[in-house]
Design a protein around this ligand. Structure first.
Ligand SMILES: [Zn+2]
Length: 311
């Protein structure tokens, strides 16, 4: 299937007004090279009824939404498609309250859950690590941050950021919430996020020493002048991140969910030059049928550190 996606909201509404149309689209994204029975591997014969595809060889039935973020949803797929459009068509995304209002959803919890499920799909399985020259540094979210509300005022989240050098600009980024500034946490992030053989540029923090498999460009600051940054790309990414958390989400980002917001920020940042918002809609739905389902219980319980792989 070539990259086929709606260009405008009226086009989206016209094309995806029925469950059949939505399912057919998801089928194409999930099995781009044609359907294969997950049980017997037969791809020759199948029939479709009420959204289920039945294997002609072994009679096994598969739903296009099984094993995806749409599994067990009580919402119409058409509503999901509108939600995905809403999230991807706006440069800075949308808060749960904003989405509840825009889609006329019955509850805030429904909107919140949908957004978190979508964030699960914002990390592409098996995506490539950063490469070339990569700046790495840490920042805090919460604590004395002006504008941060709720529980976060008592807790600070330590966030590590990697940003590729691209001329004078920034290439791709990776962000992750880490528990501490130990060697294990810092080196663990670098190994997960940066291709071995790349150059990693850090400040003088001793825990970065002994990085194996990388060239280490260690910037030791001797004199500090205002507005001068040893790691200017990280500085820029961090200020965009904080502006986004305080703007779109008004600082109301739960400490235990920060990783999912980092995933959304990363998804948006790394596609910021995409000419078409429709293409982001396509990408997000494509990834949505490739990730594991995320039942509500796993959304409200924080996952073990590092449990969801590379951030
Ligand atoms: Zn089969």
């Amino acid at each position: 299937m070539s990259e086929d996606y709606p260009r405008t909201l009226p086009e989206l509404e016209r094309r995806f007004s029925t469950e059949e149309a939505c399912r057919a689209y998801l089928f194409g994204l999930r099995w781009p090279d044609g359907w294969l029975c997950p049980r017997c591997g037969d791809g020759a014969a199948w029939s479709v009824r009420r959204g289920l595809r039945r294997c002609g060889a072994c009679r096994h039935e598969v739903s296009v939404t099984a094993g995806t973020i749409f599994q067990d949803t009580h919402l119409l797929l058409a509503t999901w498609f509108q939600a995905v459009w809403h999230v991807t068509s706006q440069k800075n995304g949308v808060s749960a309250l904003g989405m509840q209002r825009a889609l006329g959803l019955g509850s805030y919890k429904t909107a919140w859950t949908m957004l978190h499920k979508m964030r699960r799909a914002m990390v592409r399985p098996g995506r490539e690590r950063l490469r070339g020259v990569v700046e790495v540094d840490e920042t805090y979210w919460g604590g004395e941050e002006p504008g941060v509300v709720g529980r976060l005022t008592e807790q600070k989240a330590l966030i590590i950021v990697g940003a590729e050098e691209d001329g004078n600009g920034i290439g791709r980024v990776r962000l992750r919430h880490i528990p501490d500034l130990t060697k294990a946490s810092l080196h663990g992030f670098i190994q997960a996020a940066v291709e071995p053989g790349s150059t990693v540029r850090t400040d003088g923090l001793p825990a970065y020493l002994g990085l194996s498999g990388y060239m280490h460009d260690r910037q030791v600051q001797r004199r500090k002048s205002k507005g001068d940054h040893l790691l200017p790309r990280i500085h820029r990414v961090v200020s965009l991140l904080k502006r986004w958390l305080l703007g779109t989400h008004q600082g109301a980002v739960g400490f235990e969910h920060i990783d999912y917001y980092l995933d959304e920020f990363t998804f948006r940042f790394n596609r910021r030059t995409s000419a078409s918002r429709g293409k982001l809609f396509y990408r997000l739905l494509q990834q949505a049928v490739q990730v594991e389902p995320a039942p509500f219980q796993t959304l409200i319980k924080p996952q073990p550190f590092g449990g969801s792989g590379v951030k």
